[in-house]
Design a protein around this ligand. Structure first.
Ligand SMILES: Nc1ncnc2c1ncn2[C@@H]1O[C@H](COP(=O)(O)OP(=O)(O)OP(=O)(O)O)[C@@H](O)[C@H]1O
Ligand SMILES: [Mg+2]
Length: 369
């Protein structure tokens, strides 16, 4: 159903409202057919970015290229871009099929029979064929959302912009629609730019994602890359639970790793791209922290004491106190019943070098591709 093409390039894209910058020097490349997510907290510039790509907002600086062509002079309705907004804004007095077909009426070259065929095809894609005659108020929230998707897809855009399309739905329905949206993306082959502030959603669905803060992209890459190798504490924290520990950077490198001091332990850590600070920070995900009963000093380990345990069914979050009053959280899978970890237990905390990431200077904003 999709068109060929669908590449997006943003070059030094910026938007200010008066003196207030909403988007600052954005550089991004989205490949044809990619599922790309923009993620970041409220007010970081996600919607503004989408609105500029769609042509509803004029950039203050920079360029937008769609399939290699600068679209500065191309009005919104001439761009092969469609948007699904957070509030789906269906016409309440029109049936599902008329809502979906609405945009096609304005494309003069399409006759009635062709319009019916394409509406039918779009409804099939979102699995609403048997709901064609209903009105929006006779549908659930998730079904209305799918009508909004069909309405955008029927116009055969090469790029679909989705601004928090699942935002209005309850948690369970969000999860179902997440999967539906991913398979829909696979079926239509259209480039998706998906905006969310739900990190789990972005990690699960995207081919690549960009984490934004205060109008800037701080880091972009494949979910696994950005989650596993965050450049800054902000990115680490935004994409899930991360342990942030203050360390002192020591001289010398070993196999691309840097030596750092944590309390009286010397550890090896993987440096993020960009500059690191002498008094720096490392992050490590809780699921990468290993705990064993305290014994002879193991490699890349530090001595700690169990402080607190939080049982959450399949796993237990173990909070361990380290030297210098720092704490680290470990995720322990509850796969057997030896519960020898209790508060006060001395443990050896192993922080594998490949999982222990030495962060870049804050604000370095390095975006490797
Ligand atoms: N028309 C406007 N006039 C003035 N300021 C604006 C306008 N639109 C957006 N802004 C400001 O630009 C910044 C970015 O807004 P934007 O809507 O892009 O954020 P967002 O990342 O989509 O946030 P949310 O997750 O809350 O939707 C905000 O500080 C906002 O107040
Ligand atoms: Mg927004």
């Amino acid at each position: 159903m999709g068109q060929s093409g669908g590449s997006i390039e943003l070059r030094n894209l910026g938007k200010s409202y008066g003196d207030d910058p909403a988007v600052v020097d954005l550089n991004l490349q989205v490949e044809p057919g990619e599922f790309f997510s923009l993620i970041g907290p409220s007010g970081c510039g996600k919607t503004t970015t989408l609105r500029m790509i769609a042509g509803f907002e004029e950039p203050t600086t920079g360029e937008i290229l769609l399939d290699g062509v600068d679209v500065a002079a191309v009005p919104a309705h001439k761009r092969r871009v469609n948007t699904v907004f957070q509030s789906y804004a269906l016409f309440p007095h029109l049936s599902v099929e008329d809502n979906v077909g609405y945009g096609l009426r304005w494309q003069g070259s399409i006759d009635r029979a062709e319009r019916r065929r394409r509406v039918g095809e779009a409804l099939e894609l979102v699995q609403l064929t048997s709901y064609a005659k209903r009105r929006p108020h006779q549908l659930s929230g998730g079904q209305q959302q799918r009508v909004a998707l069909a309405r955008a897809l029927v116009l055969r855009p090469s790029v679909l912009l989705l601004d928090e399309p699942l935002g209005a739905l309850d948690a369970k329905l969000r999860k179902t629609l997440r999967q539906e949206l991913t398979s829909l993306h696979r079926d239509v082959g259209v480039t998706f730019v998906f905006v969310t502030h739900d990190q789990e959603e972005a990690l699960e669905m995207s081919d690549r994602l960009a984490v934004m803060e205060l109008g800037r992209v701080i880091q972009s890459g494949a979910p696994r890359e950005v989650y596993g190798a965050p450049l800054t504490a902000y990115v680490a924290d935004f994409l899930g639970v991360a342990n942030l520990l203050a360390v002192q950077c020591l001289d010398g490198r070993q196999d691309g790793l840097r030596r750092v001091r944590l309390g009286d332990a010397e550890l090896l850590a993987t440096p993020a791209a960009g500059d690191v600070e002498a008094d720096g920070h490392v992050v490590i995900r809780p699921e990468r922290v290993r705990l064993v009963a305290r014994g002879p000093r193991a490699v890349n380990s530090v001595a700690g004491t169990v402080d607190k345990l939080v049982y959450v069914g399949a796993t237990t979050h173990v909070v361990v106190r380290l030297p210098q009053d720092q704490v680290v959280q470990a995720l322990v899978v509850n796969d057997n019943d030896d519960d020898d970890l209790v508060p006060g237990t001395p443990v050896t905390v192993t922080l594998p070098p490949e999982a222990l990431r030495l962060l870049a200077k804050t604000g370095a904003g390095v975006t490797p591709r």
